[in-house]
Design a protein around this ligand. Structure first.
Ligand SMILES: NC(=O)c1ccc[n+]([C@@H]2O[C@H](COP(=O)([O-])OP(=O)(O)OC[C@H]3O[C@@H](n4cnc5c(N)ncnc54)[C@H](O)[C@@H]3O)[C@@H](O)[C@H]2O)c1
Length: 348
């Protein structure tokens, strides 16, 4: 039997324990052998669940990279700590799966891509939504040209009162951005993926920090702890071939109910994620095909994401979510914050 691929975790909190670990554990061809986290509590909880021996658990991830023989490093730290461990893991010749958003700036993402190329190792970004069943169905429709030329997309992830209850998400030094980085990036990535990653040329955005910065029993933290620049943001993105995408993301918004959708409109048909449906003209009527797809059986997207990552390494396939695609998304995210600050359209 071929040697198992050896995985080390950098960051062992919620997504590491709840999603990446079950993803790797579902595969016979990998074993989780190392873990690093600045928090002892997080590290020991994870180590127990993953069966990582104490001598392979570290507070300093660099020590893990130096001391443990690894093939794969899976980076599950807060956003500001995505770039450095990725660069260090590539320097050691490891494959890297890094959580979304890829980084906190396009420049960081460029460095990560270069480091991966230099190391000749797999670089994948954890854009989980792509690996859900509804997204895969939308991709099949797009690939069968059911939509024709797609000229409009709407990427929506709006929570009414859903500020995450962990400081790593709301503290600027750790997260850099709010809902745009946390949840907007998921729907934007899927929209761009389905549109074939067109070249963005400009973005005009409104970036707000209105509700999460007020004292309220509905917010998990007092205002002084909430230091990311947004609790809601809305953007119009233009692309070189004339397409437009509207992105809407919020953790807190005075809205009747939350929205989560990706909608694509083409000259032959249109489709959406929730519920997964295709609309097209046939024999003079507008036909609507709704697929009964439950997109989120517990963590299914993550399990599929990790299966595809490992398969790509083993079969020497291209990265299922390459850094170059994440770079396009990150340039847009950078543009959104800049446009929000200046109140002007930003050229990308
Ligand atoms: N793909 C998804 O659906 C999804 C869902 C949730 C979170 N995420 C992403 O995963 C990342 C982590 O989120 P989470 O929910 O697990 O957060 P979390 O706060 O539960 O866990 C983060 C862990 O990283 C540790 N950490 C912080 N700095 C570190 C460092 N320098 N070295 C080692 N460990 C360090 C923390 O102690 C903590 O245990 C974020 O980037 C987030 O955007 C993705």
């Amino acid at each position: 039997m071929a040697k198992k691929l050896r995985v080390g975790f950098v960051g062992t909190g919620g997504i590491a324990t709840g999603a990446h670990l079950p993803g790797y554990q579902a595969l016979d061809s990998v074993e989780v052998v190392g873990a690093a986290d600045v928090s002892d509590a997080s590290l020991s909880r994870f180590a127990e669940k993953a069966g990582v021996p104490a001598e392979n658990c570290f507070n300093d991830y660099q020590e893990m990279l130096d001391k443990v023989d690894l093939d794969i490093v899976t980076v599950c730290t807060p956003n500001s700590w995505h770039c450095r461990p990725t660069l260090d893991a590539f320097a050691k010749g490891r494959h890297v799966l890094v959580e979304k958003p890829v980084a906190i700036s396009a420049d960081q993402c460029r460095e990560m891509i270069e480091a991966g190329k230099k190391a000749k190792k797999m670089f994948m970004v954890g854009q989980t939504l792509r690996f859900t069943k509804g997204a895969a169905q939308m991709k099949r429709w797009v690939d069968k040209n059911e939509l024709g030329n797609i000229y409009f997309g709407r990427a929506q992830y709006l929570r009414v009162r859903g500020v995450p209850g962990r400081l790593g998400f709301v503290t600027k030094e750790l997260s850099e951005g709010g809902p745009i980085y946390d949840i907007g990036v998921h729907v934007l990535d899927l929209t761009l993926h389905l549109m074939g990653f067109p070249e963005p040329v400009s973005v005009s955005a409104g970036v707000y920090n209105t509700l999460a910065t007020k004292k309220s029993p509905l917010m998990p933290f007092p205002p002084e702890k909430y230091t990311v620049p947004d609790d809601a943001a809305f953007a119009l993105i233009r692309f070189a071939d004339g397409q437009t995408v509207i992105l809407e993301a919020s953790w807190a918004l005075n809205l009747v109910s939350g929205q989560h959708n990706v909608v694509l409109c083409g000259d032959k048909g249109g489709c959406q994620l929730e519920p997964t449906a295709l609309v097209r003209e046939r024999a003079g009527v507008l036909e609507n095909i709704t697929n009964e797809i439950f997109n989120y059986p517990e963590r299914a997207g993550h399990v599929e994401e990790i299966r595809r990552f490992v398969e790509a390494i083993q079969k020497k396939k291209p990265s299922p979510v390459p850094g170059e695609e994440a770079l396009i998304t990150q340039r847009i995210l950078d543009g959104i914050y800049k446009s929000g600050e200046t109140g002007k359209e930003v050229e990308l």
